[in-house]
Design a protein around this ligand. Structure first.
Ligand code: FAD
Length: 405
């Protein structure tokens, strides 16, 4: 079997792995770098199954990596897209408060957004809301004019292209099944190729904890997959949504609540919800994998999380199986919407890291191992932040691996 030697092997050809590959190759052009991806195409999982929103950085705790990387990543992303002729649109977004309690939470969000350096945020009343989104309900709203929409798969493929043009190698159809340690390197085994790596960067998304464990790292988190299901508005109902309409999120939960998204391809999507998936890449309700669900159910952190969130979890499950409950919730934001306006849409699965304590990791988690960097938590706004995350990892890698490479 082929055995190629690399300074750095990046596992995972999603937007984070590819951004890292592109930027690491730019910083260290002489390093031999490869990306290995288990699927036949790049960007087929979270990167290709998301809402396609360019987030502006409102929600995240100031000083968190999510806040810093989202705000910096957004600017870098727009510049990259301008330079590479990738279509995007800053259509703006409203987060609507439906009652006084939500107005209080909206004010907190505005404070966070301002602290994070989000530009153009404006608290608006019902009249201005009607100008922006004529069909949305709400007694007050936070208007984020620079939030945008994009196709992240295209962005990831452009990163891949730049990386290859700079001399990087990409292997697809190459699921990493074993990583064997030798005295001065590691052997990354896939069915089609065997790669020798001095260093590894683990960007395996839904399998990042598994890859870390393959390397003998004792990581204290488990990836728990949460499926997000969408409905698509029928074309006759597209006029109901001009841009992006979001609810005020429940602060106890890391997901943003079901919302309306006009995407860059002109469709309007409603969702995603957040239901526990019984398979890490379980895009359908019926998808199930015994070993993977046992992995979830035997993890003590899962039960601690379940004890805390069982009520919300049950509500999400009920809503997943009942279109009328989904419609009832969507109607709160858009009273004119009816079940007939909605056709079944796609889905995505979020890789959410959960600690042994049962806490859902709130921030990105990027750890330096002995001869590796592991990205253990890169949920939303990971795609918006991809250039900032990749630049951070490339910096860490140069610092940690230089001299050794
Ligand atoms: C429903 C949903 C909606 C979202 N909406 C948004 C949004 O609007 N805006 C935003 O900014 N973010 C959003 N996100 C988050 C965003 O999609 C992720 O943060 C981002 O895609 C993470 O990229 P990644 O490269 O880490 O993971 P992935 O794209 O999942 O890539 C990981 C790759 O690793 C590969 N891999 C795994 N194991 C192995 C192995 N053993 N060997 C080889 N390859 C392997 C996988 O096949 C995969 O291609 C959303 C996510 C979801 C699921």
């Amino acid at each position: 079997m082929d055995s190629k030697v690399y300074d750095v092997v990046i596992i995972g050809g999603g937007i984070v792995g590819l951004s890292t590959a592109m930027q690491l190759k730019e910083r260290s052009p002489n390093w031999r770098i490869a990306v290995v991806e288990k699927e036949s195409e790049l960007a087929g999982h979270q990167t290709g199954h998301n809402s396609g929103v360019i987030h502006s950085g409102i929600y995240y705790r100031p000083d968190s990596q999510k806040a810093k990387f989202c705000v910096a990543g957004l600017q870098a992303l727009l510049t990259f897209c301008d330079e590479n002729e990738i279509e995007y649109e800053q259509c703006g977004k409203v987060i609507v408060a439906l009652n006084q309690e939500e107005v209080g939470r909206l004010e907190t969000l505005q404070e966070r957004g301002v602290a994070n350096g989000v530009k153009g945020l404006e608290m608006i009343g019902p009249e201005r809301l009607k100008e922006i989104e004529p069909h949305a309900a709400g007694i007050q709203a936070l208007w984020a004019p620079y939030t945008g929409i994009i196709d992240y798969r295209k962005v990831a493929l452009a990163y891949a292209n730049r990386f290859q043009q700079a001399g990087g190698d990409i292997f697809t159809d190459a699921p990493v099944s074993k990583i064997a340690r030798r005295s001065d390197s590691m052997v990354v085994e896939t069915p089609s190729a065997e790669l020798q790596a001095k260093h590894i960067i683990n960007c395996a998304g839904l399998y990042a904890d598994r890859v870390a464990t393959m390397m003998g790292e004792d990581v204290d988190v488990r990836i728990i997959p949460f499926r997000g299901e969408y409905f698509t508005l029928r074309p006759e109902s597209h006029h109901l949504v001009k841009g992006l309409i979001y609810p005020v999120p429940d602060p106890r939960f890391p997901f943003l609540g079901v919302h309306y998204t006009r995407n860059i391809h002109g469709q309007v999507e409603a969702g995603p919800n957040a239901v526990l998936a019984l398979k890490r890449e379980g895009y359908k309700k019926s998808d199930w994998n015994l070993a993977e669900s046992m992995g979830t159910f035997t993890y003590p952190g899962f039960w601690k999380m379940a004890a805390k969130f069982w009520k919300i979890g049950m509500q999400e499950m009920r809503r997943s199986y009942s279109k009328s409950i989904f419609v009832r919730d969507l109607k709160k934001l858009l009273p004119e919407i009816e079940a007939e306006d909605l056709a079944p849409g796609g889905s995505g699965v979020r890789a959410q890291a959960v600690a042994r304590s049962g806490a859902l990791l709130d921030d990105f988690s990027i750890l330096r191992g002995k001869d590796a960097v592991h990205v253990l938590n890169a949920p939303s706004p990971g795609a918006t932040s991809s250039l900032a995350i990749g630049s951070h990892i490339a910096e860490l890698a140069v610092e940690a691996f230089e001299g050794a490479a």
